[in-house]
Design a protein around this ligand. Structure first.
Ligand SMILES: Cc1ncc(COP(=O)(O)O)c(C=O)c1O
Length: 392
């Protein structure tokens, strides 16, 4: 039987993640490779949070939880958003606890898109946005943000991309893979373009706690009139080093959330009970543990950016997340060739910029969520590789 013929057009249309490809290639070279390819903290979840998970299991809390998530967690999320961004959400109707920010993005898109609806996606960006839109029958309309514009979305670019079919804009700042942050003024310029148009914004704020001076994260939902049309995606994976717990959340207007909750009920039922109890502890008592991790990322960030610039790879200064996105075009290699050869010859895994959109050609993503020893050695090898490949 030809099983290929059973595959849906939508499943066939989405490409496999290029990040995973490099991660898997690195795994095949077991043990010999330094991997700066994956977007996850090298830190272990702070002990207090792990202990809350262990305690939950010891109590025998091994059952389903309410579909929307424990009310205590939804309350803790709203308290955090109020304190941090002055955003007011109702825990009962405007928050859903999800399986990571990943599920939140998926149900947000599925709840609002009809086939043919256009979704504006500034690139380079997190790999899931485009695929989620395609799986919902939507039409991704990408905008290439540029290093010379600090990889922010410019109002004139947005204006040019809007059509009567535009329904949603997917914003991901602080940005994976560039590390760009959009300031309040830059976000306001975006808001000014859409304020009289029937367009929603999905704002993925997974890295909202990881910004570096002088930047600070501003949520677009804070801006005048935006809370009623913003779907805010948040999570625990990055700030609290909780990637494996699979927990995140979505907040937004109750009409949209009710539709998302229907999808969530059928495909997920409820987020992991243990992870929810741990997440309550994270929000109530563990913010102090985020700061030392952020400071360590900041130290590594400065080291990597400086090292790249010194060896001739022009590197935009990332002010958020834990990635550097240097320009490798002086080598004359494509992003893909660069990463494949760097892995084979120097045993360091990084990701081609094209994994995050075509406009990522000429760039690579280096994750500095790895030990300083690994990073230091990786930069020695990168310098050697660049010198070998620099046209004489
Ligand atoms: C920008 C961004 N959004 C969302 C996610 C998904 O995170 P999670 O599902 O672990 O919460 C990631 C993961 O890398 C990301 O980089």
């Amino acid at each position: 039987m030809n099983l290929e013929s059973f595959l849906s057009e939508r499943a066939k249309a989405i490409p496999p993640s290029a990040i995973r490809r490099f991660f898997d290639m690195a795994n095949e070279l077991k043990g010999q490779v330094i991997s700066l390819s994956i977007g996850e903290p090298d830190f272990v979840t702070p002990w207090g949070i792990r202990e809350a998970g262990i305690f939950s299991l010891e109590q025998g809390n091994t059952h389903y939880s309410p579909n929307q998530g424990f009310i205590e967690l939804r309350e803790a999320i709203t308290v955090y958003l109020k304190k941090r961004f002055k955003l007011s959400y109702q825990p009962k109707s405007e928050v859903i606890v999800t399986v990571g920010g990943s599920e939140a993005i998926d149900i947000a898109v599925r709840a609002v898109l009809n086939p043919g609806d256009e979704v504006i996606i500034p690139e380079p960006c997190f790999v899931a946005y485009k695929s989620c839109v395609l799986m919902s029958g939507g039409v991704p309309v990408t905008i290439a943000t540029r290093a010379e514009d600090n990889f922010v979305l410019l109002p004139e670019q947005l204006k040019a991309a809007i059509t009567p079919k535009t329904k949603l804009i997917m914003l991901g700042y602080p940005n994976n893979p560039t590390g760009a942050v959009m300031s309040r003024e830059q976000l306001q310029a975006v808001v000014d373009v859409i304020k009289d148009l029937p367009i929603l914004v999905m704002s993925d704020e997974l890295y909202g706690e990881l910004t570096y001076e002088p930047a600070d994260h501003c949520s677009i939902a804070e801006l005048d009139g935006m809370i009623d049309r913003t779907i805010l995606i948040g999570g625990f994976s990055k700030a609290f080093a909780m990637t494996g717990w699979r927990i995140g959340y979505v907040c937004g207007p109750d009409t949209l959330l009710a539709a998302m909750n229907k999808i969530h009920q059928y495909i997920i039922m409820s987020s992991p009970t243990t992870a929810q109890e741990a997440a309550i502890e994270a929000l109530r008592h563990s913010h102090d543990h985020v700061e030392p991790m952020r400071q360590e990322y900041n130290r590594r960030r400065r080291f990597v950016v400086h090292a790249c610039n010194e060896m001739g790879l022009a590197c935009f200064e990332p002010l958020g997340a834990f990635y550097a996105f240097p320009n490798i075009s002086i080598t004359g290699l494509s992003s893909n060739e660069f990463c494949e050869r760097f892995l084979q010859e120097e045993k360091v895994a990084i990701v081609p910029g094209t994994a995050f959109g075509e406009c990522g050609e000429g760039f690579v993503r280096i994750s500095y969520a790895s030990s300083m020893d690994n990073i230091r050695e990786a930069m020695v090898r990168l310098k050697r590789f660049v010198e070998r490949n620099r046209p004489k």
